[in-house]
Design a binder for this molecule. Structure first.
Ligand code: C2O
Ligand code: CU
Length: 423
């Protein structure tokens, strides 16, 4: 009930500005409130978020709220909203029903607008969140710059490999900066919220072999923390970890290990930031063994209600297209409110694709015949080549036009997307 809900208001202005990614290294960015990422929007679960977006870019834009279960009219796609013309504004207003790490980004001319910086984080808190010593947001991105240190003009589609592989660049950013140094106190455990905002780059998080705990993902907390030394975060995905405690004087890199997503890029180990551990501070961190309960939506053998095939194939139009059920920019069948959806998503291609569903969370109930390692609420899930996953999701009472697509932005633009109605 919105009338009882606390209202949190923000104003954001999209514009072109000079952004310093490293001392003395400036690019002509497009972003919100003259920063990359845009402002961190914060709310509490159940709040009404009101965001006024003014567009001062030279072209239309639109803001999508990735992962938020909001009304279709607020989803920020060209299907449900007139793009915000230069000089115009639009007020987004919706309740944030779930706690977790979410984000917003341009959904217009994405391959250009997101590459240039049109994205930011939306953090939704709740009193059931575990208490750690501190919290940090780490938004991962990369930029591909010309030798002169600027963005290439045009829509980036000139080169076959870029269209096929997605764009990766060598300017590696955490929170819009190259080579950040993060200072942390010894003896403390922090919550680090990672968001992969890159066009195509996969981020295989690694802290030099140190163990950390995955505590949350796209749709909020997991049931139990998962102790690991690495975790894959594909474009669009979020991962929350508990990091620490570390010892005084330790220094280590936040890296991405090589991940082969089967493109022409040579997988490399790359450093995004450095952590320096200073003098100890007392810790109040308490991470329970059980974070919450996630009721299963459907058993592993639930009958499939829809097949979605992702593939890459020849087409007369472009030579090569990125396909959903053998077509580009598909209109898929409607789904009915209250009818459980069990979709078998099959990646028939020879490269990875992160599958993203707008507006609803799903649970992966099977992957290549096996149950998943743990239950989670997801909105983006990576499919390796020749992989078949079964996802279950429930269309609740939010009729309208929704979509799903590959979150490699170049693949989305090249046709690997579908719209459908919830009726
Ligand atoms: Cu982040 Cu259409 O998505
Ligand atoms: Cu893809």
């Amino acid at each position: 009930m919105e009338t009882l809900s606390n209202v949190v208001e923000y104003a954001m202005e999209a514009s072109e500005f000079a952004w310093e990614v490293a001392p003395g290294k400036t690019v002509t960015a497009w972003g919100l409130n003259q920063q990359v990422p845009g402002p961190v929007l914060k709310a509490r679960k159940g709040d009404t978020l009101v965001v006024n977006v003014k567009n001062n870019l030279p072209e239309p834009t639109i803001i999508h709220w990735h992962g938020i279960r909001l009304p279709a009219s607020m989803d920020g796609t060209g299907e449900v909203q007139k793009p915000i013309a230069p000089g115009e504004a639009f007020e987004y207003r919706f309740v944030v029903p779930d706690a977790g790490t979410f984000w917003y980004h341009s959904h217009a001319n994405e391959t250009v607008q997101m590459e240039r910086g049109m994205y930011g984080a939306l953090i939704v808190e709740d009193e059931t969140d575990p208490v750690l010593d501190a919290e940090r947001l780490l938004m991962i991105d990369d930029m591909k710059l010309t030798p002169a240190g600027e963005f290439k003009q045009g829509n980036f589609f000139g080169r076959f490999t870029e269209r096929h592989d997605g764009r990766e660049g060598d300017t590696l950013l955490i929170n819009g900066k190259e080579g950040s140094v993060l200072e942390m106190a010894a003896g403390q455990t922090e919550r680090w919220r990672f968001i992969n905002a890159a066009s195509a780059r996969y981020f295989l998080l690694y802290l030099g072999g140190r163990e950390f705990k995955i505590i949350g993902t796209d749709g909020g907390l997991l049931e139990t923390p998962q102790t690991v030394t690495e975790v894959l975060i594909t474009p669009g995905e979020r991962v929350d970890i508990a990091a620490g405690p570390f010892a005084e004087g330790e220094s280590f890199a936040i890296e991405s290990l090589p991940y082969n997503r089967m493109t022409s890029f040579k997988p490399k180990r790359q450093q995004f930031a450095t952590v320096q551990v200073g003098a100890p501070k007392p810790s109040v961190a308490f991470l329970p063994e059980r974070l919450r309960t996630i009721a299963p939506l459907a058993p592993q053998d639930a009958p499939v209600t829809r097949q979605v095939k992702l593939s890459v194939g020849p087409s007369l139009k472009h030579g090569l297209d990125f396909l959903v059920n053998n077509d580009v920019h598909v209109n898929d069948e409607p789904v009915k409110v209250g009818e459980l959806q069990v979709w078998e998503v099959f990646n028939a291609s020879l490269m990875d694709h992160p599958f993203h569903l707008h507006g609803f969370f799903f649970q992966v109930i099977e992957e290549n015949g096996n149950p998943p390692a743990y239950r989670a609420w997801k909105d983006t899930y990576n499919l390796k080549p020749r992989t078949r996953v079964k996802i279950a999701w429930m269309p609740d009472n939010r009729p309208g036009r929704w979509m799903y697509h590959c979150h490699i932005l170049e693949h989305h633009a090249a046709g690997m997307m579908a719209n459908f109605e919830v009726i």
